[in-house]
Every structure is written in structure tokens, then in C-alpha cells.
Ligand binder design. Structure first.
Ligand code: IPE
Ligand code: IPE
Ligand code: MG
Length: 267
């Protein structure tokens, strides 16, 4: 299914219609990737169990998707559960799985109705059959949609992504379909999750931590990073607008000089 994303200026990684002369609020990221962090601390501040924080976090996911639809964002990737999160106490992992299951049951049809394409990135095998079946259903149901490309990273790690990309390339070499000297960035990039989307141009991490925590390691190479102390359950449309305004003021140089971009520095 070909994607309907507009052409991209590969030299600058920018949409072809991207212009210095557009007002700041038009300089929208095409693809936002978010580490939704701070659910536990949100609950703790209210003397509630962590699972209540995760439930509030799920509501914030809906609000964020709504805001992205309103703003016309093309792709949104949400870090829901990392490869490392399996190491949390079993009762927390269990609560997260229940929440995940419920969200899949409750939200997918509505997302489909609104033209959202849903997909999951990550290892997947460790999830129960009930969850995996619902993931596959959501992906099949929504695969023809293109209003917003929503990717949920679940049992995902950037290192896992690198390993599976390396394995795919190794298979092609072993099968005699690829010479080692023909392995280049483009070939490898094509093996990573989300390879058919523009790379994220805005990364947001809520919850105050200043780290990537094994999220999209390859794909974030030239992403603009935005960190906020706001805890994920409190991240609303206004908070997203704040991040977008910050993004709009950035000058993305991709290793070059302002002059080479044909743009004056932003005020
Ligand atoms: C993010 O919130 C949700 C997941 C990692 C699943 P946390 O659960 O990490 O919340 P804090 O960081 O402990 O507050
Ligand atoms: C990152 O948050 C993973 C998700 C939000 C799913 P963590 O809370 O697991 O990250 P660390 O442990 O603080 O690095
Ligand atoms: Mg955390």
C-alpha cells in the first residue's frame, strides 16, 4: 500500500514545500515521536497506585492523537513499552498488559473511523496471544488509512531494531542477493522499523528525564529533541502546541551552514 506522504527534499530532509518564509506555526513537524514518561510519578503525587497513573496516561494518548489530527501531523510514534520495561515488577507489567488490551478493544474502531492507520513496532512475540491477535486486527483494519500514521512502540528497543535490521541484511547476503560492499546507509535504513515514513523530526520526552532510553536510535539521528518536565498524564493539546512552537523556531542545518539552506537564521 503506497503511502500518500508528500515528496521530501532528501538533501535537507525537509518537505518540498517547506519554506523559510512560512509563518512559524506552519513549520510543522511531519513526524513526532514521543517518550510518554511520568505516569508513575503522576500517580505517586496523588498517593495513588502506579496503575492509576498508567490509566491517566492512556487518556493522554487519546488527547494527543486528537491534537495531532487537529494540527494535521502526518505521523505520530508513541513509546508505550520498552524492551527493558519487562523488568518492572510483575504486577505492574500485568496492569500495563490489561490496559493495552482494553485500549485495543476500545479505541481501534474509532481510530479507524477517523482515518488513522495503526501499526505496532517491536518484538511482539513476548505478548500474549490475546494482545497479538488484536494488534494484527488493528493493523489489518486500518492499513488503508492515511490521515495520521500512528505507530505504537511496544516491546520496542532501538537496539532490538538495529539487531533485526542487521539480521535482515545478513539474510540477504547469505542468500546471495546482496554483496557486502553494497550495504550502505540507504540499504540499512530500509530494514529499520518505520522505514516507509519520513524520519521523526520532533522528539518529545515528558517527565523531566533527559535521555533517549533505547527509543528510535537510528531514526532520531537528525531529530529535534524537546524535553519537558510535564508528566505524561498532564500532557495536553496546549503542551503539544508549546512543543510545536519550540520546533518552529529551530533552524535545522543537517551539518550545513544557514547560508547553504538559503535561509536567514530565525529571529
Ligand atoms: C511511562 O511512565 C510508562 C511506561 C514506561 C510504561 P513511567 O511508568 O515510567 O512513570 P515514571 O517515570 O515512573 O513516573
Ligand atoms: C521509557 O520510559 C519507556 C517508555 C516510556 C515506554 P522509562 O521510564 O522506562 O525510562 P527510564 O527507565 O527512566 O530510562
Ligand atoms: Mg519512567
Amino acid at each position: 500500500m503506497p503511502l500518500s506522504l508528500p515528496a521530501r527534499d532528501t538533501a535537507h530532509g525537509l518537505p518540498l514545500n517547506y519554506s523559510r518564509f512560512q509563518p512559524p506555526d506552519v513549520r510543522l513537524p511531519r513526524h513526532i515521536a514521543i517518550i510518554m514518561d511520568g505516569n508513575g510519578r503522576w500517580a505517586k503525587a496523588r498517593h495513588r497506585p502506579r496503575s492509576i497513573g498508567h490509566r491517566a496516561g492512556a487518556r493522554a494518548v487519546n488527547a494527543c492523537i486528537d491534537a495531532c489530527l487537529v494540527k494535521g501531523i502526518e505521523a505520530l510514534t508513541l513509546f508505550a513499552f520498552s524492551s527493558e520495561n519487562w523488568q518492572r515488577p510483575p504486577e505492574e507489567v500485568g496492569a500495563l498488559m490489561q490496559l493495552f488490551l482494553r485500549a485495543l478493544d476500545r479505541e481501534v474502531d474509532e481510530l479507524h473511523r477517523r482515518g488513522v492507520r495503526v501499526r505496532f513496532i517491536g518484538a511482539r512475540e513476548a505478548f500474549g496471544e490475546d494482545i497479538r491477535t488484536r494488534m494484527a486486527r488493528a493493523e489489518n483494519l486500518t492499513q488503508g488509512n492515511s490521515r495520521l500514521h500512528l505507530s505504537i512502540a511496544a516491546d520496542y528497543g532501538g537496539r532490538w531494531d538495529m539487531v533485526q535490521a542487521a539480521r535482515a541484511v545478513a539474510h540477504a547476503v547469505a542468500a546471495g542477493n546482496l554483496a557486502p560492499e553494497d550495504i550502505d546507509e540507504a540499504r540499512l535504513a530500509g530494514c529499520f522499523s518505520l522505514h516507509d515514513l519520513p524520519a521523526p523530526d520532533l522528539f518529545i520526552r515528558t517527565g523531566g528525564e533527559l535521555r533517549i532510553s533505547n527509543f528510535l536510535l537510528w531514526q532520531l539521528a537528525y531529530c529535534e529533541l524537546y524535553f519537558t518536565d510535564t508528566l505524561w498524564p498532564d500532557f495536553d493539546a496546549a503542551a503539544l502546541t508549546h512543543a510545536l512552537d519550540d520546533f518552529a523556531r529551530r533552524e535545522r542545518r543537517f551539518g550545513m551552514l544557514s547560508e547553504q539552506l538559503g535561509e536567514e537564521p530565525f529571529p
